[in-house]
Design a binder for this molecule. Structure first.
Ligand code: FAD
Ligand code: DHB
Length: 391
């Protein structure tokens, strides 16, 4: 089998890239190791930047998002039993975000792809990428357990943090920069309307808490927990009590409780692999970089990468010009490192590390006070949160 662009991984990055290439008339094949049901159910991100919303529309996947997505004009920060709202449009010259779950983005893209798109194979696990420095790189894969090869002009690894594509780049040619964190998130879904109209990010000495949502009827909630926590140690009552304690303010407000339908623990890591291109092999999304979730940048970065890449491949296809493709890694890495810094900043400012001293806690509060009190500091957060426009 052969194709122009072989795409490994049907997460948001691989699926959107396939749609954008299809629209440019570029032939591609997507290989996904899991089955469709698994990919569509995987609970992950929920906040889309304006640039992500625009990219999904450009990929033809905006219709249901525009109907069912919830535009958000701000977030609330809570610390010291006080609440401060950040007004995004006022702070950024009109930018906002959209709440629309990654599960729904993925479902929409898969439906389009299967209806009129290039091939998307489930149960197709890439085992190796060979010949990155030749004109004809090859993907070896197992489809329902049978070995196949896909000959490509270009291979794009959209196969996430645990993918195989990165290994096609010799160790001497790549460098990974990483950092771990001494805490994880317990994430739950609950069949209860959100307790506030906007997301609540709460700093407390008991640890971080985040109140988010998926729809007007479904809440998505997160609690900082120690690394290695077993979700079974958190019965529903304990989760609600802890969320309530960490988000408490000296004002009338009540946390709505309801049936919890899913519970999982997510570890946190920052990691960037450079460069994002080697010969005819390119990396995009989590395959190249991950961020801790605080600030919701992971999905947005993945979409930004493939938007830049689709434009570069379109230019190559139409004019033979390789200058955008040659600039791909540098173009993406500037945005990636900005998001790495923001995600690290949000994470370390809002969480309470084990063994954190009262001095450290005072510094965090001073920083949060600055954001609450200064439009300049607030604008810095708001610009990063709503996302810088694509170059
Ligand atoms: P992925 O979505 O990881 O997709 C990669 C795809 O490649 C997967 O479908 C995988 O099955 C497939 N694959 C892997 N190896 C192979 C192979 N060898 N062959 C074929 N296919 C392969 N971000 C937020 O903003 N907020 C959140 O709350 C949040 N929560 C998260 C929770 C978890 C558990 C994780 C892992 C991530 C979370 N993220 C969150 C980050 C965000 O979901 C990711 O940044 C986003 O999914 C990246 O998209 P992607 O397409 O690059 O990678
Ligand atoms: C969500 C996740 C985040 O990491 C975040 O900062 C905001 C919202 C969410 O899953 O809804």
């Amino acid at each position: 089998r052969r194709t122009t662009v072989g795409i490994i991984g049907a997460g948001p990055a691989g699926l959107l890239l396939a749609r954008l290439l299809h629209r440019s008339g570029i032939d591609c094949v997507v290989l996904e190791s899991r089955d469709r049901d698994y990919v569509e159910r995987r609970q992950r991100a929920g906040i889309l930047e304006q640039a992500t919303v625009d990219a999904l529309r450009a990929g033809g996947a905006g219709e249901r998002m525009d109907r069912e997505g919830l535009p958000h004009d701000g977030i609330e920060l809570r610390f010291d039993r006080r609440a401060h709202r950040l007004d995004f449009p006022a702070l950024t010259g009109g930018r906002r975000v959209m709440v629309y779950a990654q599960t729904e983005v993925v479902k929409d893209l898969i439906a389009l792809q299967l209806a009129d798109g290039p091939p998307l194979l489930f149960d197709a696990r890439a085992t190796a990428v060979e010949g990155a420095h030749t004109d004809r790189p090859v993907i070896r894969y197992l489809h329902h357990g049978t070995a196949h090869t896909l000959d490509c002009d270009y291979v794009v690894g959209c196969d996430g943090y645990h993918g195989v594509t990165r290994q096609a780049v010799p160790q001497s040619e790549r460098r990974t920069y990483e950092r771990g964190y001494p805490y994880s998130w317990l994430g739950v879904l609950a069949e209860v309307p959100p307790s506030s109209d906007e997301l609540v990010y709460a700093h407390s000495e008991r640890g971080f808490a985040l109140l988010s949502m998926r729809t007007p009827a479904v809440s998505r909630l997160y609690l900082q927990v120690p690394n290695g926590t077993d979700p079974a140690a958190w019965p529903d009552e304990r989760i609600w009590d802890e969320l309530e304690a960490r988000t408490a303010v000296d004002a009338p407000w009540k946390l709505r409780r309801g049936p919890i339908t899913a519970k999982s623990v997510l570890p946190m890591r920052s990691s960037v692999t450079e460069p994002m291109r080697y010969g005819r092999v390119l990396l995009a999304g989590d395959a190249a970089h991950i961020v801790p979730p605080t600030g919701a940048k992971g999905l947005n970065l993945a979409v930004a990468d493939v938007t830049v890449l689709a434009r570069a491949l379109d230019r190559l296809h139409r004019t033979g010009g390789a200058e955008l493709l040659d600039a791909y890694s540098d173009t993406c890495l500037r945005r990636v490192w900005r998001a790495e810094h923001f995600s690290w900043f949000m994470t370390t400012t809002l969480h309470t590390a084990p063994g954190q001293t009262p001095f450290d806690t005072r510094l965090q509060r001073a920083q949060l006070d600055r954001i609450a009190g200064s439009p300049h500091a607030a604008a810095e957060l708001a610009e990063n949160y709503t996302g810088v426009p694509l170059p």
